[in-house]
Design a protein around this ligand. Structure first.
Ligand code: NAI
Length: 697
């Protein structure tokens, strides 16, 4: 049973007890209705209090039940709420800590609500592509008014109970207390024991002086902001029904929307991402109770683009940082950039002046390795050159205290090789941040051959503390993300060779949902970066084919926005990408040199070749054990590469298309003379799943 029953005087207390957040799984729901029945049958009981054990009232539906028959088995949440509402004895909800989703809907079915200050109140269903499904859209407007309720339902964001308690005319809480919410609820239950009729939220009316005008405004704003997602607009429709329809009709409409959205690819993608995010922390041979090392102080080597951003993450989390550079000028430049970033945040009102000063006071600088000896973790972010890294790691091995973690932010070099420069390879790990490192959510955690389990566990935990999505990757060239993007870029190049323009490729993939196509992206990041990597990589793999257009572009000095010209032309001071006749001419000449007569390429082919290239390489990465699971790859792409969220990541997208269809498309691409037939051989895992009619998930 995951709800407890106890008697306090003449009040029955039903306590949800389903850690960690009292999710409303089947047993908990049954526990509530059983408890209620017992209370109703006992003549000595005058009233009932419902509360939650531990650190939540209730976080809502039990995600472990998602998609299983248990999720809808009776008593389902709607039945539980109806039973509470229909109770002949008053029911009081004692709300504390977290009250979200189904938890809030449950509380709204009770006759009275007492809340503790500091409780996070939310209906977050929209974040999973859904509308609240157990009366939230009908009952919340009745207690909070149209505007407050709509904001909460459309955003899904939590609001603190003490703020809601101040909303004019609110009927959400009958009482707000600073502590001892259960005692306060029991007292209220006793006070109301004989008061009849029992107040029901369903009997309240939603009023607004200009509802139609307000709803129109909301539809315009929400429609523009959530183009790829149907749920937010459905939330508005459902909330509108709380005004315009009878309660039970509104409930039916809400249910209809809920069921309809449940099967949309957008909601499936969001639910996939939600579960995938949670799965990233699970490492089969490193259990959750693996001991971790304490990280009280961090050192960063190199105050360049990455070093500065990396440092900010720790300063933001209140962890002291010391940055080491070779020259004072480099340090000064790095610190000035950090200041500039913080000052921009202060100017925008996103950071308070005192917080900014507090963060800067945690930052130290040095030119001397001896000053790093008390750091618990050092992250190297120097030039991407194995010789330089060797020097740095040899020195770190000499100066760092025993047990300190030595991390590298390398994006392309072999972490095992770097570890071998030290006499403590078990303490070496990769922490691959993405640029800008203080903004991007993704942190690829590179587990070396010899990385100790507690080192991995420590870095994963620390990554969470600095609010990153941490994905474990084994050692390989490019790790998960960059190894895949290389195949995506190769396809983008082949498309130019075959007849597409950079603009056409970018537009097609942007329409699919990427924030930026590969060529605009190249211009932003600097085309010389890829040039440098290709020079090294294709020396190692001389038979790997790729379009030479990218090299020709760099030979023209067109490195991108920083040189004022790249795949596109740029007007000084502006970021608009203007199609370039010079570049198109270069591409045409290159085609002629290859003897290719250009063909018209459909947007569909462009999208499939770019995305399925990611999928095939991704399948190899899972097969080789570089990624722990396909959903980890989706998280890398959603949080680090701007893959459209409503598609749920490349592997989830492939599942949606159907792996059989993906394989068929690859077979077609392999026949294309300009493409790389060997690349399009489906990865063994992909071929196997497709043949068995299965999916990556
Ligand atoms: P950067 O050139 O902006 O900064 C490197 C800094 O390291 C410079 O300030 C330089 O003075 C300093 N440095 C060089 N040798 C040093 C030494 N021996 N001791 C102390 N300081 C030294 O380079 P960036 O872009 O910050 O890259 C650093 C590392 O991060 C590289 O390994 C790179 O591959 C990796 N990385 C870069 C990303 C990017 O988008 N820029 C993304 C992810 C990783």
């Amino acid at each position: 049973m995951s709800a407890n029953y106890e008697v306090r005087g003449n009040v029955a207390v039903i306590t949800l007890d389903n850690p960690p957040v009292n999710g409303l799984g089947h047993e908990t729901r049954k526990g509530i209705t059983d408890g209620l029945e017992k209370a109703l049958d006992d003549a000595a009981i005058k009233a009932v209090v419902v509360t939650g054990a531990g650190k939540a009232f209730s976080g809502g539906a039990d995600i472990r039940e998602f998609g299983s028959p248990k999720a809808i088995a009776e008593p389902n949440l709607l039945s539980v709420i109806l039973a509470l509402e229909a109770s002949a004895k008053p029911v009081v909800a004692a709300i504390h800590s977290v009250c979200m989703g189904g938890g809030l809907e449950l509380a709204l079915g009770c006759h009275y609500r007492v809340a503790q200050a500091g409780t996070q109140i939310a209906l977050p269903e929209v974040k999973l592509g859904l509308v609240p499904g157990a009366g939230g859209t009908q009952r919340l407007p009745r207690v909070l008014g149209l505007e407050n309720a709509l904001n909460m339902i459309v955003s899904g964001e939590p609001v603190a109970s003490e703020l809601l308690a101040k909303a004019p005319g609110q009927k959400l809480f009958d009482k707000l207390v600073d502590a001892d919410v259960l005692d306060a609820a029991i007292a209220l239950a006793q006070e109301k024991a004989d008061v009849r009729p029992l107040p029901l939220v369903r009997n309240l009316k939603v009023e607004h002086p200009n509802a139609q005008g307000y709803l129109q405004f909301a539809r315009n704003t929400v429609g523009a902001m959530s183009k790829n997602f149907p749920a937010p607009l459905k939330c508005i429709d459902a909330v509108e029904a709380s005004m315009t329809r009878r309660f039970d009709d509104g409930m039916r409409l809400e249910r209809e929307f809920f069921m309809g959205l449940m099967f949309t690819p957008e909601s499936k993608a969001l639910r996939h991402a939600f579960m995938a995010e949670r799965a990233t922390t699970k490492i089969p041979d490193v259990p959750a109770d693996t001991p971790v090392r304490e990280i009280r102080k961090v050192a960063v080597i190199g105050a360049g683009t990455m070093g500065g951003g990396i440092s900010m993450n720790f300063l933001n989390a209140g962890i002291p940082v010391v940055i080491l550079e070779m020259k004072q000028e480099a340090l000064d430049r790095g610190i000035a950039t950090i200041r500039k970033n913080y000052e921009a945040q202060v100017k925008k009102g996103k950071l308070k002046q005192d917080k900014y000063e507090q963060r800067m006071s945690l930052l130290g600088t040095t030119l001397n390795y001896a000053d790093l000896k008390d750091a618990d973790l050092v992250i190297e972010a120097v030039f991407e050159d194995l010789g330089v890294k060797e020097q740095v790691f040899k020195t770190l091995d000499e100066v760092m205290k025993p047990g300190a973690i030595l991390a590298s932010n390398t994006s392309t070099l072999d972490v095992d090789k770097i570890a071998s420069f030290t006499k403590r390879p078990q303490d070496v790990i990769g922490m691959h941040f993405f640029s800008p490192a203080n903004v991007m959510k993704l942190l690829e955690v590179i587990r070396g051959e010899q990385t100790a389990k507690d080192v991995l566990a420590t870095v994963m935990q620390l990554g969470k503390k600095i609010r990153k999505t941490c994905v474990v990757s084994g050692v390989c060239d490019g790790f998960i993300g960059n190894r895949m993007i290389e195949q995506y870029s190769r396809q983008a190049g082949f498309l130019l060779d075959e007849g597409a323009t950079p603009e056409q490729v970018d537009k097609a993939i942007e329409k699919f949902g990427f924030a930026m196509g590969p060529f605009r992206m190249g211009d932003l990041a600097g085309n010389d970066v890829g040039w440098y990597i290709r020079k090294r990589r294709y020396q190692e793999k001389p038979d790997m084919r790729y379009s030479k257009t990218a090299d020709l572009l760099c030979e023209m000095g067109r490195f991108g926005q920083k040189t004022g010209a790249g795949w596109y032309d740029y007007v000084p001071g502006k970021r608009d990408a203007i199609p370039s006749p010079v570049v198109n001419d270069m591409i045409e000449k290159h085609r002629k040199a290859l003897g290719v007569s250009p063909r018209k390429i459909s947007d569909e082919e462009i999208v499939q070749r770019l995305v399925f290239a990611l999928v095939n390489e991704g399948a190899k990465i899972v097969d080789e054990g570089i990624a722990l699971r396909a959903s980890d790859i989706d998280m890398v792409y959603l949080t680090g590469y701007g893959f459209p969220l409503h598609r749920g990541g490349p592997m989830n997208y492939a599942d949606t298309v159907g792996l059989f269809n993906v394989v068929q498309a690859m077979k077609r691409f392999a026949k294309n003379p300009q493409d790389d037939a060997s690349f399009w051989q489906p990865a063994p895992l992909l071929a196997k799943l497709a043949a068995e009619g299965k999916t990556f998930s």
